[in-house]
Design a protein around this ligand. Structure first.
Ligand SMILES: Cc1ncc(COP(=O)(O)O)c(C=O)c1O
Length: 409
């Protein structure tokens, strides 16, 4: 049989990260590569009780087809919880999605034509590029620094008329992959640039609740409400296997997103929605999320301390450190990742097999760029390895880097 693939299928690529994860499935390896939340944080007991309650009290409705918009009480909960982000939204603007990944896919389907210009951060979330690429957009990277996108470059690349960008995709909180956060001033400048250019924003915020010492500034959606689709997720605050996320859209756009949702999967599993709505009753999240924050903060501190021990500085250099000859790294204020840059002359893709040989793995940063990536960058997740494994893994990584440096000389 001759299967003729659609043009868009040719654009689809396997996730580089999933391919890398296969290499790292070696027994005994310390993996900083995966983007998985720590299973220690999954609320197994609360889920067990809520599942029992839903099945006992309302089992037949919970197992029936349901509304595409999502389960009413869960939509209400989402709308209410977003007031903490400075947002005033009605439950009728909330669409429950099958993970926030589906939100990215729905947005792509309704907003991108072949050749449409879309803007992304440098670097950006790989899964968003995977969702957008089959729609055949012209993906343009906006210059970015440790606070996110540069508002001046955003204005310059927004375009006008038929060439106007369809949207800019932004991750203001503890970004995947870099762990960086947009400051208050940068948010104000980005929201102003977007509003003045008539540029819609897709704001992706799966990590915003995972702050270490203080919550991040208010969302972009709170500053540019008519021009933003906001994406959220239960994956990082409850469990990713639930596949529960949500989007909040301006009322004018909502019906199209709903139609795309209906075509995709009719609705998000209603059973999962009811169980989670039950779990969330009575302020569960306010007791649960602080435990995740505390765990991730301590894991992050362990990794930062191990890096300092191995490389002799606190991330961005210090007396007697030649930054071009050392690993450098940032100090995230929340989330799951930190971002590192190898000494000059090294390449993270080439380093990976040498690191795996020493039983440690990471994701080369070049995977996260829409165009030419910085080959020296790497993403390290600090949440799934134990404190002991973090120490061993960072020591092994440092040894692999030293070996590669002496080979490069
Ligand atoms: C930035 C970002 N957006 C979206 C997602 C998708 O999350 P989910 O579909 O589990 O809600 C992820 C997952 O890691 C992510 O890092």
């Amino acid at each position: 049989m001759n299967w003729t693939l659609a043009q868009r299928a040719h654009k689809m690529n396997p996730s580089v990260i999933r391919e890398i994860l296969k290499v790292t499935e070696k027994p005994g390896i310390v993996s900083f590569a995966g983007g998985l939340p720590s299973p220690l944080t999954f609320p197994v007991e609360a889920m067990r009780e809520a599942t029992h309650k839903v099945l006992t009290e309302d089992g037949r409705s919970a197992l029936q087809y349901a509304a595409s918009e999502g389960y009413g009480p869960l939509r209400e909960w989402v709308a209410q919880s977003l007031t903490q982000q400075g947002m005033t939204v009605g439950a009728d603007q909330v669409l429950i999605t099958t993970g926030s990944q589906q939100g990215l896919d729905l947005v792509a389907k309704i907003l991108i034509d072949a050749g449409s210009r879309i803007l992304v951060e440098t670097p950006t979330y790989l899964g968003a590029l995977q969702a957008y690429t089959p729609m055949e957009p012209n993906v343009v990277s906006v210059n970015s620094d440790h606070e996110g996108v540069d508002p001046a470059d955003l204005r310059a690349k927004a375009g006008t008329g038929a060439d106007a960008a369809r949207f800019v995709y932004l991750l203001p909180n503890f970004q995947n992959p870099t762990g960086r956060t947009m400051t208050e001033a940068r948010r104000a400048a980005v929201a102003a640039a977007a509003a003045e250019s008539g540029l819609p924003v897709i704001e992706d915020n799966p990590y915003g609740d995972l702050w270490f010492d203080q919550p991040p500034p208010a969302s972009l959606a709170s500053r540019h409400p008519d021009g933003t689709v906001y994406l959220g997720s239960f994956s990082k605050i409850l469990a990713p296997g639930l596949r529960l996320g949500f989007l909040v859209a301006p009322k004018t756009l909502y019906p199209k997103l709903l139609q795309a949702k209906q075509a995709a999967d009719l609705h998000t599993p209603s059973f999962n929605q009811r169980v989670v709505a039950e779990v969330l009753k009575d302020g569960f999240i306010d007791r649960h999320v602080p435990t995740i924050r505390a765990l991730y903060k301590s894991q992050c501190e362990t990794m930062l301390a191990a890096l300092t021990r191995e490389f002799g500085h606190s991330g961005q250099g210090g007396p007697g450190i030649d930054l071009e000859q050392s690993l450098t790294w940032n100090r995230p204020a929340g989330g799951m990742f930190l971002w590192t840059r190898l000494p000059a002359g090294l390449d993270a893709v080439r380093l990976l097999p040498q690191a795996v040989e020493r039983n440690v793995a990471f994701v080369p940063g070049s995977a996260f760029y829409a165009d030419h990536g910085d080959p020296r960058t790497m993403r390290l997740s600090f949440v799934t390895a134990t404190a002991e494994q973090i120490d061993t893994g960072i020591a092994a990584l440092a040894a692999a880097i030293r070996d590669a440096q002496s080979g490069a000389r």
